[in-house]
Design a protein around this ligand. Structure first.
Ligand SMILES: [Zn+2]
Length: 195
């Protein structure tokens, strides 16, 4: 909607260029961008000289009226003035700091799930199975299974979890401020320590 020029420096061969990138996407108006985000086409650039794959980040807003969520990708954690008209019509307003988090939130909200309950479930799985990294991936409504991408001892795989575990986490969602929130593992840990 509002493309800006992003400066790209190839770390491998020092190639330098500027490329246009969107800063605001409304799902209903430009559905093709969701696919590009989920398939890692957006925020990635292939260096024409050495073919290195470069990820770049910029402040980026993603809105879904259908899913009732508004996500702001904010590469750094500095404070940020938000001037988004009609932001209060969205129930879920979230900050994310990486492309992986952006993709994960889109998948969670599109599947009709709550991100706090998913983060809590991820924490419980990590603790129990001693998994290094876990990211929500998909929901299979016919088998009542939630699928996660996990990385354990450098091996990436998919793990299915019965939806009943999610339902018990959903019951533990605390009262959350109606504002932009960063809902991640550190929030789960801080809530646990404050209880
Ligand atoms: Zn290069």
């Amino acid at each position: 909607m509002k493309p800006v020029l992003v400066e790209i420096h190839c770390p491998s061969c020092s190639w330098h260029t500027h490329i246009p990138c969107e800063t605001l996407v409304i799902e209903e108006l430009e559905p093709r961008y969701k696919q590009q985000i989920l398939e890692d086409e957006m925020f990635h650039y292939i260096c024409p000289c050495c073919k290195a794959r470069i990820q770049y980040l910029l402040t980026f807003t993603y809105m879904s009226k259908k899913g009732n969520y508004l996500l702001i990708l904010k590469p750094d954690t500095s404070s940020f003035d938000i001037h988004i008209p009609f932001k209060d019509v969205y129930t879920y307003k979230r900050f994310v700091h990486t492309v992986e988090q952006l993709k994960e939130k889109i998948r969670i909200f599109d599947d009709g799930l709550h991100d706090y309950a998913i983060e809590l479930l991820k924490y419980q799985i990590k603790e129990k199975r001693k998994i290094e990294h876990i990211v929500y991936y998909d929901r299979d409504k016919t088998t009542h299974t939630l699928w996660f991408q996990v990385i354990h001892e450098d091996i990436s795989s998919l793990m299915g979890v019965e939806e009943a575990y999610y339902v018990s986490c959903e019951k533990q969602i605390p009262a959350l401020k109606d504002d932009f929130l960063t809902i991640d593992l550190s929030l789960i840990l801080s809530k646990m320590h404050s209880d």
